[in-house]
Design a protein around this ligand. Structure first.
Ligand SMILES: [Zn+2]
Ligand SMILES: [Zn+2]
Length: 451
C-alpha cells in the first residue's frame, strides 16, 4: 500500500485537516511542518490523478472518483479547481464540518498563544517551554484512528501542539524556547472547545553565608511540638516552637523582592539552637519558589537583611546559584572542617598545672585515634541511630578558672561537639570526660569557622 493509498483510505473514513494529515506521517520527510506535509500529500495525489484522468487510460474513471473525494471529503481547493477545469461535477463540501482529530484546534493556534500572553504579564523570564495536558477524549480518539488505519509514522498530538504554540509564542514574545532549563513552563490543559493555562516558574537559587551572633535561634522554622503548627495556647497561636529562625530572618526580604510564593532554606549542616555561628559564616542556599522576578539587586537585599537583624544574624557574599549547588552543599557538609570554641565546666576543680597535663593528654589521644560517636540521645528522634567515626584535627585549650576552661576544637563536619566533651554516657569515645576521668560539660559553644 502506497502512502497515497493510505491518504485516500483516511478520507474515505473521516475529514481531517492539513495539520493532522501531516502529523500522521510526521516521521517521513524532515525539515518541513506537518501543515506543509499534509498539503504536499494532497497536492501530489491531485497531480497524479489529474494526469491519470488526462491519459484516458483504464484508471480514468477511478482517477475522477479520487479527485472528487479530495474535493468533497478533504475539502481540497486545488482538487476542486481541477474538477471545474475538466468539467466534472462534484458536491460542495460541508464547510461547517470540523477536523475529526483536532476539532480545528490547529487552525486556532494563535488563540492559544495569545491566551498565554495575559498570564505572563509582570513575570520576568528570558525563555520558556510549552507543556500540555491533553484531555483523555483527544488522546483516545487519535489512538483509535491510528490503530484503524495502521498509521505507524505519526507524531504525538502533544508534541505537535507544543511545537506549534511554542513557535507562535516565541514570535509574539520575542523570546526563545528552552528545553533543558526553562525559566518558565507554560502548561496548557486542552479539551475540545476549551483550555486552561498553569505556569511553573523555575526556582531561583541564591548562595550565601550566614553568621549567627545570638543564641537561642534555630536555623530553620520549627513547628510547635504540641500543636504541630496549627496554633495553640502554648505557642501563643503562632504554630512555632521558637519565635524566629535564621531562615525567617533572612528569607522574607528575598521572597518579597522576587515576588516568590515561598522559599526553602538549604544549609550546609546546622549548628544547635544555642550555638553561635561566627567567623566567615555557614554556607547556605536559599531557594525561591515560583519567582516572578529573577533579577534581584543582591547587594541591596543583603544590606536590608543585615540592617534589620543587627546583633542577630548577618548574610554575606550573595551570588546566584543552582539546584546542583544545593546537592553539593548537603554532600560536602560531612567533608568540611569546622573550628569550634567551647566553654567547658568541670565537676572537680583542678590546678593550672593539672590542666596543662590533661590538655597534652587530649592532644595525644586525638592524634592517635578517631572519635567513635553514636547518635546522641537528644537528636535520636530525627537521625538514624548508628556509630559515626570522626577525626578531631586539633585541640587547643586555655585555663580560665579551676572548674572553667576554654577549648578550640577543629573537627570533621558532623561531629557532635557537646558529646565530644561530655561523653554522652559512653556513647561518644574517647571523650574529654574519659581523658579527664571525671565529667565535663560544654556550657557555651560557638562555630568559629567552616572550611
Ligand atoms: Zn486537525
Ligand atoms: Zn502550638
Amino acid at each position: 500500500m502506497t502512502i497515497f493509498d493510505k491518504v485516500i483510505e483516511i478520507y474515505q473514513d473521516k475529514y481531517i485537516c492539513f495539520h493532522c494529515l501531516g502529523r500522521m506521517f510526521s516521521l517521513l520527510g524532515t525539515d518541513t511542518t506537518n501543515h506543509d506535509r499534509g498539503n504536499s500529500l494532497l497536492l501530489a495525489i491531485t497531480m497524479d490523478k489529474h494526469r491519470a484522468y488526462l491519459s484516458q487510460q483504464d484508471n480514468h474513471d477511478n482517477a475522477s472518483q479520487i479527485l472528487k473525494l479530495l474535493a468533497e471529503k478533504a475539502k481540497y481547493t486545488p482538487a476542486q479547481s481541477v474538477l471545474e477545469k475538466e468539467g466534472i461535477e462534484y458536491s460542495k463540501p460541508d464547510f461547517a464540518e470540523k477536523c475529526y482529530l483536532c476539532n480545528d484546534l490547529f487552525n486556532d493556534i494563535g488563540v492559544y498563544a495569545k491566551g498565554a500572553e495575559k498570564y505572563l504579564k509582570g513575570i520576568e523570564f528570558t525563555n520558556f517551554l510549552i507543556g500540555t495536558a491533553l484531555d483523555a477524549q483527544i488522546i483516545n480518539k487519535e489512538d483509535n484512528f491510528k490503530a484503524i488505519h495502521n498509521l505507524l509514522e505519526a507524531e504525538s498530538f502533544k508534541n505537535h501542539f507544543n511545537r506549534e504554540v511554542g513557535k507562535e509564542l516565541s514570535l509574539i514574545l520575542s523570546k526563545p524556547a528552552e528545553f533543558r532549563m526553562p525559566d518558565i513552563t507554560i502548561i496548557y490543559s486542552v479539551k475540545f472547545g476549551s483550555f486552561d493555562i498553569t505556569l511553573l516558574l523555575r526556582s531561583l537559587f541564591i548562595y550565601s553565608r550566614y553568621n549567627k551572633f545570638a543564641r537561642g535561634i534555630p536555623q530553620t522554622h520549627w513547628d510547635c511540638r504540641l500543636c504541630r503548627g496549627k496554633g495553640c495556647e502554648s505557642c501563643k497561636f503562632t504554630g512555632k516552637q521558637y519565635k524566629t529562625s535564621v531562615e525567617e530572618l533572612i528569607s522574607p526580604e528575598f521572597v518579597n523582592k522576587a515576588k516568590a510564593d515561598g522559599s526553602k532554606f538549604h544549609g550546609a549542616g546546622r549548628e544547635d539552637i544555642d550555638v553561635r555561628m561566627l567567623g566567615t559564616g555557614r554556607p547556605f542556599v536559599l531557594e525561591l519558589k515560583n519567582p516572578k522576578i529573577r533579577t534581584l539587586n543582591l547587594k541591596k537585599i543583603q544590606n536590608k537583611v543585615n540592617k534589620s537583624n543587627k546583633k542577630k544574624i548577618k548574610v554575606s557574599d550573595l551570588i546566584y546559584s543552582s539546584k546542583e549547588r544545593v546537592k553539593n552543599l548537603k554532600l560536602s557538609a560531612e567533608n568540611t572542617k569546622k573550628v569550634y570554641e567551647a566553654i567547658v565546666i568541670s565537676k572537680e576543680k583542678i590546678s593550672k598545672d593539672t590542666f596543662d597535663v590533661l590538655l597534652k593528654k587530649l592532644k595525644t589521644v586525638y592524634e592517635k585515634q578517631k572519635l567513635q560517636q553514636r547518635t546522641p540521645i537528644r537528636v535520636s528522634h530525627r537521625r538514624a541511630d548508628k556509630i559515626r567515626e570522626k577525626k578531631i584535627f586539633r585541640v587547643e585549650g586555655k585555663f580560665i578558672k579551676p572548674n572553667v576552661s576554654e577549648f578550640i576544637v577543629e573537627a570533621q563536619g558532623g561531629t557532635y561537639i557537646k558529646e565530644l566533651i561530655s561523653g554522652d554516657n559512653g556513647r561518644t569515645t574517647p571523650s574529654f570526660s574519659d581523658v579527664y576521668g571525671f565529667s565535663l560539660e560544654c556550657k557555651k559553644l560557638d562555630v568559629l569557622e567552616i572550611y
